[in-house]
Design a binder for this molecule. Structure first.
Ligand code: SF4
Length: 324
């Protein structure tokens, strides 16, 4: 255990090297003197965080780069817009760290940490509280209607493999749990995270593993990401993608079609295309529903059905995602 603490994995090293200064990010992209620099918040409450490997996929000198747009804190975030709140989807824990929005599934908020801070994140104002793993497991054990456990956060893959392996072993000891789902952006933003240790515990559980990654634009998927996704798929894991429809990032048919096709080259199926959750600070990413529906139609005209994600909206208190 002592050795594990001293010798960090390459992905942990990458995580520590992440950029956390808007000024530094703009300098790296040769945008320090651009008009964009005047619209940036230098010390945002929801800090900037972006791995260097992800920055390398941005185009230097392009203020409209779709990857940069996802992470750069803008002054617009400080505007108070009616209908945008700090808890847009109404998340209430049944015990600290455990959420249940839908029948048969529970979601474990395993950590508040993420490798990247997405400016549109619906949990950017979430009050993370320390959970009691025993209380969480006992609550799941006591309810035989629960068949699927989702590890979420933050990003569960920010946690060490030894911790995750123990957690999953405890979940697997509950006989009525059949499936283990991971909601993670790490394979996209920090592909080094998909290492042998991760595959070992994911493949070693009796639970059926599903990994739901989160990519919004094809430029996020470079060769390293492609290889990481392949490793997951080749290990027998079902890999799906969920995206968020974001103004200035992917709100055009070409971007969405290319994303679906690129994902499928890595054997990943597009699962959901979410409309924006109305979280305070993200209003500038909003795409009108009518435009979202037009984009979906253009995707349907151009792609086989299995490459068209479901366009959905999360509605507070509703027992399933609303299909649009
Ligand atoms: S990685 Fe996921 S949880 Fe973390 S900031 Fe981005 S959207 Fe939010």
């Amino acid at each position: 255990m002592i050795i594990e603490k001293l010798v960090s994995e390459p992905w942990q090293h990458e995580l520590r090297q992440a950029i956390d200064s808007p000024k530094q990010l703009l300098a790296l992209l040769q945008l320090s003197n651009s008009a964009l620099a005047h619209t940036v918040v230098t010390k945002p409450c929801f800090k900037l965080r972006v791995p260097r490997g992800y920055v390398n996929r941005m185009h230097p000198g392009d203020p409209d780069d779709p990857l940069l747009r996802q992470v750069l804190p803008l002054v617009k975030e400080n505007e108070q817009i009616q209908g945008f709140s700090t808890d847009p989807v109404g998340e209430t824990a049944i015990v600290p760290g455990l959420l249940q929005k839908y029948q048969g599934r529970v979601l474990l908020v395993t950590t508040s940490a993420c490798a990247i801070h997405c400016r549109y994140c619906f949990r950017q104002h979430y009050h993370y509280t320390a959970s009691n793993p025993l209380a969480v497991l006992n609550t799941i054990r006591a309810d035989p209607s629960i068949t699927e456990v989702i590890l979420s956060g933050g990003d569960p893959l920010c946690l060490k493999d030894s911790y995750l392996a123990d957690l999953v072993q405890n979940i697997a000891s509950i006989s009525h749990i059949q499936r283990l789902r991971l909601h993670t952006r790490l394979p996209i933003v920090l592909p080094e995270r998909v290492n042998n240790k991760l595959l070992a515990w994911l493949m070693g559980t009796r639970l059926q593993p599903i990994v739901v990654v989160h990519a919004n634009h094809a430029n996020e998927i470079n060769e390293a990401v492609h290889n990481a996704l392949h490793r997951l798929v080749n290990a027998g894991i079902t890999v799906l993608n969920q995206s968020v429809l974001l103004r200035g990032v992917n709100d055009n048919a070409t971007a969405l079609i290319t994303l679906s096709e690129t994902l499928f080259k890595s054997q990943v199926l597009p699962y959901y295309l979410h409309t924006l959750d109305h979280v305070q600070g993200a209003a500038h990413f909003e795409v009108p529903i009518i435009h979202a529906k037009q984009l979906l139609e253009q995707m349907q005209l151009s792609l086989p059905g299995y490459l068209v994600p479901k366009l959905v909206r999360e509605v507070k208190g509703m027992g399933y995602k609303k299909l649009l």
